[in-house]
Write a protein that binds this ligand. Structure first.
Ligand SMILES: [Mn+2]
Length: 333
């Protein structure tokens, strides 16, 4: 498509040939802030909240660590042959101010903020935060799209019932989501699962909720292309939400996270699987559980920034394609 079919030329990132990458405030990919562009097609938004963690805390600092590590992202993505920030307006919408002392209130705040962003027509690229935040985000998605398909990249199932009697934690969001009927139970899968469980019952319960599982071993044995093909078939053209816990990666690729498990996929495998999903109808996505205090040399934050870049590229290509199709329709009439 030509850029003339974009109603207003998107405002792109700061020009790194004129202003050094390490200078100035760290918005995601050095993109403009939402208040600088007024309206956006994709809102990159942080949720600095980690009151739902069960082990290492610190994911509240994840969003800003990802922004800092994203300074080196360049505007053209050769793997998808696209310039995501030229095809659609992408802007940094700042952070949702969630109460760290009251999980129920935080969950409500996140849902309301997501509702506001979606009401503007934007898709969300959310930077966590711990995985608790996926529940209010999915509630908001379901209000807009109906029950959504979900690909959940994670070492863990996150479909446990409660911890210490608490229903909202980072290990329970997807059980709550199934109970609330906000997921399309024909099109759910965990990807990258591994590590010890409490018992076999964990898997039985999970399967009853409708989840398929592509384990980390499956990815190793079958490869990224075959896995992406299988996931695409399961999802079809349903509205898809992708939630990525950075602990889906091996601790060698993502040491800075709350509950690391050995034997995970590489960052290359994750990016390749995502590229294989480029034709899916991705309505929004999140990357969560980056805990920079346990990171080294920004390994985790760099992986997360590239993961968000790949997801943003998928969405911006679809936004541009939809716009071109709408233009064609108009011309045909
Ligand atoms: Mn998780």
């Amino acid at each position: 498509m030509t850029s003339s079919s974009v109603p207003n030329e998107p405002r792109g990132p700061v020009d790194s040939s004129r202003v050094p990458r390490y200078a100035g405030p760290a918005t995601y990919a050095r993109l403009p802030r939402l208040d600088e562009v007024g309206k956006t097609d994709i809102a990159v938004v942080g949720v600095p909240f980690d009151t739902g963690v069960s082990y290492r805390p610190g994911a509240r600092f994840g969003g800003n660590a990802i922004r800092e590590a994203s300074r080196l992202l360049r505007p053209y993505n050769p793997a998808q042959d696209a310039s995501p920030f030229a095809l659609a307006q992408v802007a940094d919408a700042g952070d949702i101010a969630a109460n760290p002392f009251n999980i129920h209130e935080a969950v409500e705040t996140i849902e309301a903020a997501a509702d506001d962003l979606l009401a503007t027509g934007a898709r969300m690229m959310t930077l966590g935060g711990d995985h608790t935040i996926a529940l209010p985000l999915l509630r908001s998605m379901a209000k807009k799209h109906g029950p959504v398909a979900l690909l959940h990249f994670d070492a863990h199932l996150d479909t446990w019932d409660t911890y210490f009697g608490a229903e909202y934690t980072h290990g329970t969001p997807f059980r709550r989501a199934v109970e609330e009927g906000i997921l399309d139970t024909e099109a759910l899968s965990h990807v990258g699962t591994r590590g010890p469980l409490y018992g076999r019952q964990d898997l039985t319960d999970d399967e009853k909720m409708g989840f398929g599982i592509v384990t980390s071993s499956d990815i190793y044995r079958r490869g990224a292309d075959e896995v992406a093909d299988q996931l695409r078939q399961r999802i079809g053209d349903r509205p898809l939400y992708i939630s990525i816990d950075i602990d889906c990666l091996d601790p060698a690729h993502a040491p800075g996270t709350g509950t690391p498990e050995a034997g995970g996929m590489t960052s290359r495998e994750l990016l390749e699987i995502l590229r294989g999903l480029a034709s899916c109808n991705l309505v929004s996505a999140d990357v969560v559980e980056v805990a920079p205090a346990y990171d080294h040399a920004e390994i985790t934050a760099v992986a997360a920034s590239h993961t968000a870049y790949e997801l943003t590229t998928i969405m911006s290509r679809q936004i541009a394609a939809n716009r071109a199709a709408a233009e064609d329709d108009k011309t045909a009439k």
